[in-house]
Design a binder for this molecule. Structure first.
Ligand SMILES: [Fe+2]
Ligand SMILES: [Fe+2]
Length: 198
């Protein structure tokens, strides 16, 4: 079956996805600021890293709508209210929303797009669902560390890296203050979890 794009369900799903990604980006940007206020630089960077990727997803979905430029698309949708001053909670809520996109929403949108004859859109929904699954896994990992008080400590020696100056040390505990540049513990992350690894 091939459907006219301007009357398709897929155009509505693309707008729903654009709205969802835009909101996720905003939620993570707010969480990023909150983390920074609490001295949690690594968590702040995690939210920023993910927020930027949500923006990239928003762009992919939005550009599929380019032939409808100038029109207004009305959609309904359910969007989460995830407000907390506790960073552990924000990580949990973020993971939950990522799961919903990955497991339910985007696979369904992909199926509709494929049925309507929009193969590239379907593929983008599937690929981005996969990314959201990795977002969920990352948020869960940090939520776990956060709730168990292990963001900066471990039961075995770990290599820790300062995200400000790059100093690496091996210990069961990240230092209270970086011995090289003096920033707080919140800048320390397990080296294996740092974005660029080593
Ligand atoms: Fe996304
Ligand atoms: Fe995501």
């Amino acid at each position: 079956m091939s459907t006219n794009f301007s009357t398709s369900e897929t155009r509505l799903n693309l707008m729903r996805a654009f709205a969802g990604e835009s909101q996720a980006r905003s939620r993570y940007t707010l969480a990023q600021e909150k983390a920074l206020q609490q001295g949690q630089y690594v968590l702040s960077a995690l939210f920023k890293f993910t927020a930027d990727q949500e923006k990239a997803h928003a762009k992919v979905f939005y550009e599929h709508l380019s032939e409808l430029s100038g029109s207004t698309i009305k959609v309904d949708g359910g969007y989460p209210v995830d407000i907390s001053s506790r960073l552990c909670d924000l990580l949990k809520m973020a993971a939950h929303n990522e799961d919903q996109e990955a497991d339910d929403v985007y696979p369904a949108f992909a199926e509709t797009a494929r049925a309507e004859g929009f193969a590239k859109v379907a593929q983008d929904f599937e690929n981005i669902a996969q990314i959201e699954r990795s977002h969920s896994a990352r948020f869960k990992k940090f939520h776990d560390l956060c709730t168990s008080g292990r963001l900066f400590s471990s039961d075995k020696p770990e290599r820790w890296v300062c995200m400000n100056c790059g100093f690496i040390l091996e210990s069961e505990q990240a230092p209270q203050k970086c011995p090289v540049c003096g920033v707080d513990q919140g800048y320390y992350i397990r080296l294996e979890m740092a974005a660029w690894g080593l």
